[in-house]
Design a protein around this ligand. Structure first.
Ligand code: NAD
Ligand code: IPM
Ligand code: MN
Length: 355
């Protein structure tokens, strides 16, 4: 029987608090379903590591984690000590780009019993996927700063869209839409104002749509799209966006389901040439770090996505079911969801519910 080798990287802040709960639940599901998981733990991609070594990761980081079946990640960023762009471009963004994880897959689902901040919304009304382009777009390293500290100071950062890069994320999103009952895709654009790259994006969406005649599709400019996430979340099934638009939508969507603390994500290399990274959508949350109150569900659900990605669908689903049963009980929820359970109590509750 195959043993899966997982690289575990907790990172910073609440990353260190939610990961033990994620591992607890993964172990429970693995035991119940006869899945064999082997975990290798790494301390890099964190401020602690940077403080000791002057860089976010060892030079041979790719050799250390590049052969694993998947990478399970917490969160990175400690802005009081190190500028975010330095820590992020030195770790997480490197994983995404160097491991060619061009799909950032982020489900948005209102869970039974969990109050939505939107009035009169029930489970089923909010149930869609954000498919975010994850290797190019607005997050590019093309640009620079000239004449620093003078009146002529000049900064620029170019959006980069390649045909391969745009087409492959659109193909993934259309395939996902085609596999869902509603078969509906929405594209996030801004081709009225961003007059070169966004019209190109729209053009490629139209071309890809022709290959998926069974999928109904539409597009909205990002400004009204964010409004419609709040006003009409039931309109959406699969929402595809560029790197920046997908980032924004994948915090807004989960906020509409009660908290960003439950939102999971997969940074996926669909071809399997490199390992994929599974991590909660949220960050290191310095404002609550060290208090033991972080919601561990985003990390736990990311573990479920990892199992599904590895082909262990039943074990993965057992975790999602356990999350639903846990969230249905107010006393098992963390503070961000109006409960009083701490991180560990919530994680233990999910682990106990796994069957
Ligand atoms: P954040 O997601 O860390 O926190 C935003 C707000 O949500 C905070 O008030 C926080 O307390 C709350 N929150 C987040 N996760 C929660 C959880 N599990 N349970 C309860 N409450 C939760 O975003 P931020 O404050 O913009 O960023 C903080 C740091 O994290 C920065 O360094 C940022 O760059 C980094 N960051 C990293 C990732 C990542 O590793 N993928 C993602 C986002 C932000
Ligand atoms: C996310 C985060 C990252 C992103 C940051 C920390 C660079 O917000 O994973 O959503 O923008 O991709
Ligand atoms: Mn984000």
């Amino acid at each position: 029987k195959k043993q899966y080798r997982i690289a575990v990287i907790p990172g910073d802040g609440i990353g260190k608090e939610v990961m033990p709960e994620g591992l607890r639940v993964l172990e429970a599901a693995a035991k119940k379903h006869g899945v064999s998981l082997h975990f290798d733990h790494f301390d890099f991609s964190s401020w602690d590591y940077y403080e000791k070594h002057g860089q976010m990761m060892p030079d041979d980081w790719k050799e250390k984690i590049g052969k694993h079946d998947a990478i399970y990640f917490g969160a990175v960023g400690w802005p009081a000590k190190i500028p975010d762009h330095v820590s992020l471009w030195g770790s997480l963004i490197k994983f995404r780009r160097e491991f060619d994880q061009y799909v950032n897959l982020r489900p948005v689902r209102l869970m039974p019993g969990v109050p939505s901040p939107l009035a009169n919304r029930k489970p089923g009304d909010i149930d869609f996927w954000v498919v975010r382009e994850n290797t190019e777009g607005e997050y590019s390293s093309v640009g620079g700063r000239m004449f620093p500290d003078t009146d002529r100071e000049f900064v620029t950062q170019q959006t980069v869209m390649t045909r391969t890069g745009v087409d492959r994320i659109l193909k993934f999103a259309f395939e996902l839409a085609q596999s869902r009952p509603k078969k509906h895709l929405t594209s996030a654009t801004k081709s009225n104002g961003i007059s070169i790259t966004m019209p190109y994006w729209d053009e490629r969406v139209e071309a890809m749509a022709k290959k998926f005649p069974g999928v109904k599709w539409d597009k909205y400019h990002i400004d009204i799209l964010t409004a419609n996430f709040v006003l009409h979340p039931d309109w959406f099934d699969v929402v595809v966006g560029s790197n920046l638009f997908g980032d924004i939508l994948s915090d807004l969507g989960p906020a509409c389901t009660g908290t960003i603390g439950i939102a999971p994500s997969g940074n996926i290399n669909p071809e399997g040439d490199f390992p994929s990274v599974f991590e909660p959508v949220h960050g290191s949350a310095p404002d609550i770090a060290g208090q033991g109150i972080a919601n561990p569900i985003g990390a736990i659900w990311s573990g479920a996505m990892m199992l599904e990605h590895l082909g262990e669908k039943i074990a993965g689903k057992s975790i999602v079911d356990a999350i639903e049963r846990t969230l249905a009980e107010r006393t098992l929820r963390t503070k961000d969801l109006g409960g009083n359970a701490d991180t560990t109590a919530c994680g233990k509750a999910v682990a106990d519910m796994v069957d």
